[in-house]
Design a protein around this ligand. Structure first.
Ligand code: C2E
Ligand code: MG
Ligand code: MG
Ligand code: MG
Length: 292
């Protein structure tokens, strides 16, 4: 009797498991199809220098223009393919697309730095640097110095020696590096010393909460100090209000990205946004006091 129930349970579980595997398989196939059919898009979110009021650059963020569901964000589909080679095809598409956009902007006199998110599995490819070099060679009008690759701090720590080599080789091509969501990956000072990243991007959860939570404020302050001490650039993500920005300026962090500046937008909206961008008066006022 008990044995019978047990077997039935096992069969039920088994069927559910098969169902899930099948669903994931179908979903992956659908994502591959989306890439083939040209349904993926890059949106761009500005990064600005709050002290000078100038636009520093743009982060490219992946979207799926789904025929029925509309615009779908990366959290809804990238996790399904992060452990498969499809993430590499998508990553190469993203690099091509971003470079093409930089070329278009450069022709309009818009020489922004553009950053692109790259998955850990993609960086781990033995031929990553060689492929990056080939892709860059296809866009001779784009300065490689304007391209920055963002890797999650947590992913960079998986294999520090390898990441260190990849970063150094990419930097020989002129490409820059950022450690994304910095502060969430428990990197020791020794690791930071070994990873030649140009930029630290302070995780948005710390920035968003720093006005209310003294611990988050302490963390943001420490990361800004760390960046200064190691001579790295520092960018704050998640700047949702003028107050967030003002506090960051006081802490010594000038570069910011967040809904308080702009949400990510379609590529063809960016030039118009930039032409009418007016920095917050409080940021400008703070900046001018620094020169007295
Ligand atoms: P991320 O690289 O840390 O990008 C920042 C995310 O925070 C973006 O979400 C952006 O829309 C959102 N964000 C920006 N400012 C604010 C703000 O002020 N408040 C709030 N609440 N959110 C803000 P998104 O576009 O959904 O991307 C999520 C993550 O997906 C990215 O985090 C990145 O890790 C990954 N991702 C995006 N595009 C790509 C890609 O092309 N390739 C890979 N491998 N990963 C990507
Ligand atoms: Mg990023
Ligand atoms: Mg981030
Ligand atoms: Mg993130």
């Amino acid at each position: 009797q008990a044995k019978q129930t047990g077997r039935n349970r096992f069969h039920v579980f088994d069927a559910q498991h098969d169902q899930e595997v099948q669903t994931h398989h179908d979903q992956r196939a659908r994502i591959a199809q989306a890439l083939q059919d040209g349904e993926l898009r890059l949106y761009y979110q500005p990064k600005v220098n709050m002290r000078t009021g100038k636009i520093f650059g743009m982060e490219a963020l992946l979207r799926w223009q789904h025929p029925e569901q509309g615009i779908v964000g990366p959290y809804h589909f990238l996790p399904l393919v992060e452990d498969t080679d499809l993430i590499i095809d998508i990553g190469e598409w993203v690099l091509h697309q971003a470079l093409q956009q930089m070329q278009l902007w450069a022709a309009q006199g818009l020489h922004w730095a553009v950053s692109v998110n790259i998955a850990a599995r993609h960086f781990q490819r033995a031929n990553f640097v060689a492929r990056l070099g080939e892709i860059l060679a296809g866009f001779p009008q784009v300065s490689p110095h304007k391209l920055e690759l963002e890797i999650l701090e947590s992913a960079a720590l998986e294999d520090v020696q390898h990441m260190r080599n990849v970063m150094a080789s990419c930097q020989q091509l002129g490409v820059q590096f950022a450690l994304d969501d910095f502060g969430t990956g428990y990197s020791s000072l020794a690791y930071l010393k070994r990873l030649p990243a140009n930029t630290l991007k302070i995780d948005q959860t710390f920035v968003r909460d720093m006005l209310d939570d003294p611990d988050d404020l302490t963390l943001v302050d420490a990361i800004v100090g760390l960046a200064k001490a190691f001579d790295r650039r520092v960018v704050a993500e998640g700047v949702e209000t003028v107050e967030h920005g003002l506090l960051l300026l006081q802490l010594g962090c000038d570069l910011a990205q967040g809904y308080g500046i702009s949400r990510p937008m379609a590529a063809d909206s960016v030039a118009g946004w930039a032409a009418s961008y007016v920095p917050a008066e409080a940021w400008r006022a703070w900046g001018s006091t620094q020169w007295e």
